[in-house]
Ligand binder design. Structure first.
Ligand SMILES: Cc1ncc(C[n+]2csc(CCOP(=O)(O)OP(=O)(O)O)c2C)c(N)n1
Ligand SMILES: [Mg+2]
Length: 348
């Protein structure tokens, strides 16, 4: 039984709508030439990203990858930060040094930085989970990986290690039908990617990735298992990438009939119907949320556009952590580690 109050249920609706609106605005800016580099969006994945991340508690850690804006917003990253990041402005989390959603905040929102490499969030996530276990914390790490990412060594090594060490790790496979242009039918020969869990000796679940509450519920159950020291889980969310791989991809290889079918199962529409049936949503409220979401996007765009580009003179700032013992001579370079050993009394 879902343990969510009315405000939580409506909050999930808001976040799913906000995710889509931020992404639509981002794609528009990209096509107008306002964004440098590439843009990844996730129309169709909102129930998976928002539903899963909504099961996290303060202190739990999110390890997102390139298509997980919904999870970032659910974790408290703001649309202002997102837009400033896309436009590479100084008020962005990376202060204009990066134009992708490689956003990290381990101080208050517990988000690990993502990388451009599919599957690579997982070993980092396992490291965070190992830290939690070592410290005896009752927290969990929620990591995302794509269907394509499950074919990497990082995925297998992480899941096996997490299983043997009973790490508090939840891995959500976003099975969205494609890895770039490669359909899942050309990627693997098993029916369900969650079946791979058996090879690691951990629970594996298949869930309807377009059903926000189903994703929330299974993630919540996996979190409870992880929180109580009973190890990792693998959850395959079956969903569909309703656009091309990036904003530059025309998606002309995606069958229109499949797109039509999945449009009938649009996660935001499905969730709205669910809330209507529960008596929590009506046309007036849908309109109100639409207005609030549009305002949030406009506010974020104005904020980002008003923020300056970074000063080129600061280019090399913050590349390295300050060296506590700056070596000045060759002799010092040799002795600096030795001094550190003496200071720490490692050999005593
Ligand atoms: C090592 C490496 N190979 C290829 C790429 C290019 N690339 C980025 S995302 C992606 C597809 C990933 O597919 P999947 O794991 O299913 O995630 P999705 O994009 O569908 O969310 C590829 C091939 C890359 N970034 N890094
Ligand atoms: Mg994929």
């Amino acid at each position: 039984m879902i343990d969510l109050a009315r405000d939580d249920l409506l909050g999930i609706y808001y976040l799913m709508g906000l995710t889509r609106a931020v992404e639509d605005a981002t794609r528009e800016m990209y096509h107008q030439g306002q964004i440098q580099g590439t843009v990844y969006t996730a129309r169709g994945l909102e129930a998976t990203t928002v539903g899963a991340a909504s099961a996290l508690q303060p202190g739990d850690v999110l390890a997102p990858q390139h298509r997980d804006l919904g999870a970032l917003l659910a974790r408290g990253i703001t649309p202002r930060e997102i837009m400033a990041q896309w436009l590479r402005r100084v008020d962005a989390p990376s202060q204009g040094r990066d134009g992708q959603l490689h956003i990290a905040d381990m101080a208050t929102r517990w988000v690990l930085p993502s990388t451009g490499l599919p599957g690579l969030a997982l070993p980092v996530a396992a490291g965070a989970a190992l830290a939690m276990k070592t410290r005896g914390e009752r927290h969990v790490v929620l990591a995302f990986v794509g269907d394509g990412g499950t074919n990497t060594g990082d995925f297998h090594e992480t899941m096996n290690l997490a299983a043997t060490l009973d790490l508090p790790l939840i891995c959500i496979i976003e099975n969205n039908g494609y890895a770039a242009r490669t359909p899942t039918s050309s990627q693997f020969r098993i029916k369900h990617l969650a079946d791979r869990a058996a090879a690691y000796g951990i629970p594996g679940h298949v869930v309807d990735g377009n059903d926000a509450l189903a994703v929330y519920e299974i993630t919540q159950q996996a979190a409870e298992i992880a929180r109580t020291g009973r190890g990792p889980s693998l959850i395959e969310a079956k969903t569909y990438r309703m656009q091309g791989h990036s904003a530059a991809d025309s998606a002309n290889y995606m069958p229109p009939s499949a797109l039509d079918e999945w449009r009938q199962r649009d996660p935001i529409e499905l969730y709205a119907r669910r809330l209507e049936n529960l008596g929590l949503l009506d046309d007036a409220l849908i309109l109100e949320y639409g207005t609030r979401i549009a305002q949030a996007v406009q506010d974020a765009l104005a904020f980002a556009r008003n923020s300056p580009a970074p000063d080129p003179a600061t280019l090399t700032d913050r590349l390295f952590a300050p060296d506590p013992v700056p070596p000045t001579t060759e002799d010092e370079i040799i002795t600096a580690p030795r001094r550190a050993v003496e200071r720490e009394g490692i050999w005593n």
